[in-house]
Design a protein around this ligand. Structure first.
Ligand code: CU
Length: 69
């Protein structure tokens, strides 16, 4: 399964790796791909992962999720 998150507040490669690590820390996530310019984060995960828990993982480290697809 794929979920697309639009994450606001990422400005540099450090932010990018923080978001990547936070999402990879969610059990069932297999791949994370961040595009800093478009703020689009593609998350590959198993079916049991709830989109809401991905959003929470990102918000827990201080970034805003403006869209979930
Ligand atoms: Cu940064």
């Amino acid at each position: 399964m794929n979920t697309i998150l639009v994450v606001d507040g990422m400005t540099c490669s450090h932010c990018e790796s923080s978001v990547t690590k936070a999402l990879e820390g969610v059990s069932g996530v297999s791949n994370v791909d961040v595009d800093l310019e478009t703020k689009v984060v593609k998350v590959e995960h198993s079916e049991d992962v709830k989109k809401e828990s991905l959003k929470e993982a990102v918000e827990d480290i201080g970034f805003d999720v403006s869209e979930i697809k």
